[in-house]
Design a protein around this ligand. Structure first.
Ligand SMILES: Cc1cc2nc3c(=O)[nH]c(=O)nc-3n(C[C@H](O)[C@H](O)[C@H](O)COP(=O)(O)OP(=O)(O)OC[C@H]3O[C@@H](n4cnc5c(N)ncnc54)[C@H](O)[C@@H]3O)c2cc1C
Length: 393
């Protein structure tokens, strides 16, 4: 089975690939050596280009000014963005389709459309110290107080909070008829009693930080609640599905870049009078890498096509876990082999394999660890069955 990309997807991938190769990749080493930072003009130029291409609205409905691209085309875009290290591909915020379905008109005007116009930037505050894999175990609360809610909780790893002006905060309703139900809120980070606790350092070198934030009796209008009390998990699941699919796409792009770079090096590098590409040990590492990447790409594009076909959402949920699990584990194996092929050079921070070796590690952790993806897949298999994925017709 092969997967032929439609013309639209190929055209988009070529445009974004050119942006990545010409504008973003040349800044990788400078970003690596400067805590992920590059000059403001360069960062601004990247944002402008992404905005001009319409990337912030790739998933947004056409009637709202979005591009409404198919999931296959969006995967093709994210696959191209996955080729670059140092978080340089994170040069736009995205107004997702689920936001238009979940938010009312007022929220779309105040938060969602400004994301699409590049005027506002969001981050997600779900995880807590005691609750990462077990999202239902969060202890953040939202207590109704007249026309407002009072939010309390400490949120960990709020990715991009340093470059965002609001977050989507997940809490449990404190009391009333929906006590302990989940709800999501738009929370402006500049509000009183929203406090930056600390900014830990992580394995990768990104300008986007992952800080810890504390919310103490933060007052937000009830108009900032996304959907109804109790809708929180439904919208979070929609976000998880999309993000897991796009993580898989980025992992495929990263693995492709690593294979290309390691192959070019192996053909050039002479050891004991021969290019190392002539040695079978090196060939096997490349062979395993291209084989696994091919499998991951087929799965990822087929999963995107299943979204475009409108398959059952529970089946899609399991598929997104499968592609995230397989593609992230595949990319980590490819990165490990690429470091090995580069030898000592592969351990230098100026080397793409070294950077991806560190960066890809988190793709097995965030948006649900590999273990959690396996639990979701097993649950789909055991409870509902996934026969269309493996049974002969
Ligand atoms: C760099 C980074 C950025 C992040 N960005 C964000 C963000 O923007 N917003 C946000 O809300 N969160 C974010 N996260 C949080 C991320 O989603 C969580 O770290 C992840 O879901 C795992 O949760 P945990 O760290 O609490 O691990 P834990 O839940 O403590 O898990 C520890 C280990 O136990 C395993 N485990 C847990 N439960 C089970 C089980 N039932 N069966 C088998 N094994 C199990 C896990 O797989 C893991 O190996 C980010 C994390 C990182 C590292």
């Amino acid at each position: 089975m092969s997967f032929d990309l439609p013309e639209d997807a190929l055209a988009w991938q070529a445009r974004v690939r050119a942006f990545v190769d010409q504008d973003l990749i040349p800044w990788e080493v400078e970003a690596e050596l400067n805590n992920g930072e590059i000059p403001a003009e360069a960062r601004g130029a990247h944002r402008s280009t992404a905005q001009a291409m319409g990337l912030p609205g790739m998933d947004a409905p056409a009637e709202r000014g979005g591009l409404a691209l198919s999931n296959v085309t969006q995967v093709a875009i994210y696959e191209a963005l996955g080729r670059v290290t140092n978080g340089l591909g994170w040069c736009f915020s995205e107004a997702h389709r689920w936001m238009f379905e979940a938010c009312n008109e007022d929220q779309i005007e105040r938060y969602v459309l400004p994301i699409m116009r590049g005027e506002r930037h969001e981050c997600y505050a779900i995880t807590e110290a005691e609750s990462g894999s077990d999202v239902d175990g969060i202890s953040a609360t939202a207590r109704r107080d007249g026309d407002d809610y009072l939010l309390n909780g400490e949120k960990w790893y709020v990715t991009g909070a340093n470059v965002s002006d609001f977050c989507i905060f997940q809490a449990k309703i404190a009391d009333g008829p929906h006590a302990r139900a989940h709800a999501l809120f738009f929370v402006d980070l500049g509000l009183p009693r929203v406090e930056l606790v600390r900014t830990p350092l992580f394995g990768h070198t990104y300008a986007h930080h992952h800080p810890v934030y504390r919310f103490t009796d933060v007052r937000v209008p009830a108009a900032n609640r996304i959907g109804e009390e109790g809708d929180g998990m439904t919208f979070s699941y929609a976000w998880f599905r999309r993000e897991r699919l796009m993580i898989a796409a980025r992992c495929c792009g990263a693995a492709a870049r690593l294979i290309e770079e390691a192959t070019a090096f192996a053909k050039d590098r002479i050891v004991s009078g021969q290019p190392i590409a002539d040695y079978q040990a090196i060939q096997f590492m490349l062979a395993d890498s291209v084989t696994e990447l091919w499998a991951a790409r087929l799965m990822t594009y087929e999963c995107a096509a299943a979204h475009d076909r409108g398959d059952d959402v529970k089946a899609l949920h399991a598929r997104c876990s499968m592609v995230k699990l397989y593609a992230s584990e595949m990319a980590n194996r490819v990165a490990d082999r690429a470091v090995q092929i580069f030898g000592g050079r592969g351990y230098m921070r100026e080397n793409v394999a070294e950077r991806f070796f560190r960066e890809l590690r988190v793709d097995r952790i965030w948006e649900g660890t590999s273990e959690i993806q396996r639990l979701i897949i097993a649950s789909g298999h055991l409870k509902r069955g996934l026969p269309d994925l493996y049974q002969q017709s």
